[in-house]
Design a protein around this ligand. Structure first.
Ligand SMILES: Nc1ncnc2c1ncn2[C@@H]1O[C@H](COP(=O)(O)OS(=O)(=O)O)[C@@H](OP(=O)(O)O)[C@H]1O
Length: 373
């Protein structure tokens, strides 16, 4: 622009035509310079790679923004694996598999790194509903060699038609040394499930969290009542005729507690040694002890120990201690540990009498007395 002004001063005023041409040329040149300078930014915006807010973070380049920058470019799975990688690091475990993510060596763009592969589960928590399945999954998945699907997949009971590739797609990525897990408590009482799981792999390890069937039924009812307030009373549903002590075994809350019957179906497809039973009661009084047995069963080093738990008096349950990376301890949500509906003693006694022979049979089958009295 300065050149143009200079030119227009030195030229005589009679050369108006020439001056107009120089002005036009200068405007054109200015426009071209502008385009050349700012075109790269325009292209980045159009390609839509980072979101605008992420672009700001990336442009800052400050160290404290690195974490946020990663979350801008990493896909969800890579983020989870990145979290897992840092967890391994804090456990002082070898980080050799994660060297690709270090920025002191040349590496591909972070957004394209994917750790491990999606594998079908090696171990499944198959039941029982309201037994304490969520607690077992959340406790075992703090083990660095375990990765799990957070939600219940219901593949083997409701989604079987979608096929194994769909199921595999739900799984988190795992490294060779890690095991994949999921939990869906309704599997234990679904007739087709044992056969379907054995068709996927006869080596699948199965975990069943069992709890006194009477307390379990009340817990089940309490949950349903919280969603359906106009439900008939517990007694109305549990008995065909309460004065005669006739229990209604067609009611799911009762049927689920017939553990011996359901187990018979599983034993047609899996040896007992491949099924591990967790005591729902001991899971509350001694979570570390139960988790030690779960880790042994899964062939894992005992890494989850009593140092990971504390008893939360307000909640009335064990919770996970505050992890280094987080500001708050981890207790299970409000849907776990609801105050149970009060059921009269007679009804409870009748149900205890009803379940006793099934419980005894179950203790014999598994070789362990759970002492539900
Ligand atoms: N640590 C800890 N925190 C909270 N709750 C715990 C814990 N350990 C076991 N439990 C018991 O788990 C019961 C819920 O069982 P599930 O997780 O299998 O329920 S569900 O089937 O997934 O809905 C839940 O049952 P209710 O107390 O009847 O709600 C708990 O008693």
């Amino acid at each position: 622009m300065a050149c143009v002004l200079l030119l227009s001063r030195v030229l005589p005023s009679s050369h108006r035509l020439l001056r107009t041409s120089v002005w036009s040329l200068s405007i054109l040149l200015t426009y071209l310079c502008y385009c050349a300078l700012f075109s790269s930014d325009t292209i980045m915006q159009k390609s839509g790679d980072p979101t605008p807010s992420c672009r700001r973070v990336l442009a800052d380049g400050g160290k404290r923004h690195l974490q946020k920058s990663l979350s801008c470019v990493l896909p969800l799975e890579a983020k989870q694996n990145s979290a897992h990688a840092s967890r391994l690091k804090s456990d002082q475990r070898p980080a050799s598999r994660f060297t690709a993510a270090r920025n002191d060596t040349p590496s591909p763009p972070v957004g394209y790194i994917k750790f491990g592969n999606k594998k079908l589960p090696n171990a499944i928590i198959v039941g029982v509903k309201k037994g304490g399945t969520r607690a077992v999954l959340e406790f075992i998945r703090i083990h660095p060699d375990v990765r799990a699907v957070g939600t219940e997949t219901h593949f083997f009971d409701r989604n079987y038609d979608r096929g194994l590739d769909w199921y595999r797609g739900l799984m988190p990525r795992t490294l060779e040394s890690q095991i994949t897990m999921e939990k869906t408590p309704s599997y234990f009482v679904t007739k087709e499930t044992p056969h379907r799981i054995s068709a996927m792999s006869r080596d699948t390890k199965l975990i069943v969290v069992v709890r006194d069937p009477v307390t379990r039924a009340i817990s089940d009812y309490t949950q349903t009542l919280s969603k359906t307030p106009d439900l008939p009373s517990f007694q109305e549903l549990a008995f065909r005729n309460q004065s005669l002590g006739l229990v209604d075994t067609s009611w799911n809350a009762i049927r689920i507690g017939l553990y011996a019957l359901h187990l018979e179906n599983w034993l047609r497809y899996f040896p007992l040694a491949q099924i591990h039973f967790v005591s729902g009661e001991r899971l509350i009084t001694d979570p570390a002890g139960e988790l030690a047995r779960v880790q042994d069963f899964l062939g894992l080093k005992r890494i989850v120990t009593d140092k990971h738990f504390y008893f939360n008096r307000t909640k009335g349950f064990p919770c996970l201690k505050k992890p280094e990376s987080s500001s708050s301890p981890r207790c299970l949500g409000k849907s776990k540990g609801r105050t149970h509906v009060q059921i009269d003693r007679d009804a409870i006694e009748q149900l205890r009498d009803f379940y006793r022979p099934y419980n005894v049979k179950f203790y014999e089958m598994v070789g362990h007395d759970f002492r539900w009295e």
